[in-house]
Write a protein that binds this ligand. Structure first.
Ligand code: ZN
Length: 160
């Protein structure tokens, strides 16, 4: 299924240093997939609900086929929650997840959709998904995604 390209009001702001950090993790894990958490804040304005990323925490990828799959180490969830708790004043929370595609475009795979839908069934939260692609060695590619309101398909989230 092709990911949806319908307009999404919300955008995601990712500071250049955090963007660079994601590509460092992705290159370190290459040719395997890297993964982790997107931590930050969401503005309260209901019309926009823009996301601001404040930290990109790496996680251990426990999947046995790490060249095209990832499974986040459950211990790293606890660490990410701990990170948010230590920065309570900034109201940080886990906004979503990032992972790398060593060979393919920064678009969600059918497996990514299945994973996000499984999560959506357990948690009504509309998590953000950021995919970092290393397919082109001369160009750092990255794209943001979010399930639509019914949890049926991914729609693009603009990264600024
Ligand atoms: Zn993927």
């Amino acid at each position: 299924m092709a990911p949806g390209r319908e307009a999404n009001m919300a955008y995601l702001s990712l500071p250049p240093d955090l963007r660079a950090e994601l590509f460092i993790y992705a290159r370190e894990a290459h040719p395997e997939e890297a993964c982790g958490f997107l931590i930050g804040t969401q503005d309260a304005e209901p019309r926009t609900q823009n996301f601001a990323i404040a930290a990109v925490r790496p996680a251990r990828n426990l999947h046995p086929s790490r060249d095209d799959r990832f499974t986040i180490d459950p211990l790293d969830y606890a660490k990410a929650e701990g990170y948010c708790a230590r920065h309570k004043k900034k109201a940080l929370r886990i906004l979503g997840f990032w992972h790398s595609h060593p060979q393919s475009a920064p678009e969600p795979s059918p497996v990514d959709l299945e994973w996000a839908q499984g999560l959506y069934e357990s948690f009504p939260e509309r998590y953000l998904y950021l995919i970092v692609s290393l397919r082109d060695p001369d160009r750092d590619e990255l794209a943001g995604w979010q399930l639509d309101a019914r949890g049926e398909a991914f729609q693009s989230v603009e990264v600024r």
